[in-house]
Ligand binder design. Structure first.
Ligand code: GSH
Length: 283
């Protein structure tokens, strides 16, 4: 039932948006992306979503608007089935992994904005990447008001950031354990270890996969939410040296962890080009 043109509304820096963008790209489902300017996204998303929420991503198909990334995933699974990345029989396990990483999405944003807000020029540059001239002027003028409002909305306070750090750390440890179990399982089965020469194919064995033996949406869901911490070079924002230094700086504590290395491997192996076609500006 893949008949209507899809429009994906995003914010350039949003990792929940990246999750849906990656899923659409991987499944080769055609869509147009519209990148909204933060703060100016609120009214259109509130009106379109009709859920009293202002969040991106939001997917539009004709008159149908679906807001909230897990709802979008469910909608895609229903309207564009079968999804290669969501094999039947594994769906529940895959969606459970999505759920656990979604739960740290806001903590990740909170954790990055605390140091990030010490660099107003960088934040304004990122926020206005796809802004029209009037939007850029608006952000420049209103930034002194938008920044504290954003700080309150996302609870960017040292105490909340410390809690965020603990939640992120727990999830990173969970991922490490999972990767370790996968490695042990492979060794027990006598399969080649990471780094050994392996047969070529769509499913490269260089990476470990969170569900089953193949790349799935579980890997997309985990890697995209952790991407702003892992800073994979394939991502046009998280991969930039300035982002890594000024926003993801404190995430250095996990930079060499097997979990964040796994995120970078998964991006290198499976992400392909982010923004093969640049998003459009909002109408
Ligand atoms: N549960 C939502 C969370 C999405 C979310 O928090 N998006 C952030 C960007 S990463 C956002 O839109 N923030 C601005 C706002 O809340 O107005 C989802 O999975 O889509």
């Amino acid at each position: 039932m893949a008949n209507r043109a899809l429009t994906l509304f995003t914010i350039n820096m949003s990792h929940y948006s990246e999750k849906i963008r990656w899923l659409l790209d991987y499944e080769e489902i055609p869509y147009q992306e519209i990148a909204l300017t933060p703060a100016l996204h609120t009214v259109p998303m509130w009106l379109k979503g009709r859920r009293a929420q202002t969040t991106v991503p939001l997917l539009q198909s004709g008159k149908t608007c679906i807001q909230d990334s897990p709802r979008i995933v469910n909608w895609l699974a229903g309207h564009h089935s079968p999804l290669d990345s969501m094999p039947s029989g594994k769906q529940q396990e895959i969606l459970a992994i999505q759920q656990r990483f979604d739960a740290i999405g806001k903590p990740v944003a909170r954790y990055l904005y605390l140091p990030g807000f010490a660099h107003d020029a960088l934040i304004r540059t990122i926020w206005t990447q796809f802004a029209k001239p009037w939007e850029r002027r608006f952000i420049t003028l209103a930034y002194p008001l938008i920044k504290p409002a954003f700080r309150i909305k996302l609870r960017i306070y040292p105490r909340a950031v410390t809690q965020a750090e603990q939640l992120i750390d727990a999830e990173i440890r969970w991922l490490e354990q999972r990767l370790q179990q996968l490695e042990q399982g492979e060794q027990e089965k006598g399969q080649p270890k990471k780094g050994q020469k392996e047969k070529q194919g769509r499913q490269s064995k260089k990476c470990r996969y969170l569900v089953g033996d193949a790349f799935s949406f579980a890997d997309i869901a985990a890697a995209s939410i952790l991407a702003p911490l892992a800073c994979p070079r394939e991502h046009p924002i998280y991969g930039e040296a300035e982002f890594r230094a000024k926003m993801a700086g404190p995430a250095q504590q996990w930079a060499d962890s097997p979990a964040l290395q796994w995120v970078r491997d998964i991006y290198a192996e499976h992400r392909g080009k982010v923004w093969a076609k640049l998003p459009a500006k909002a109408a």
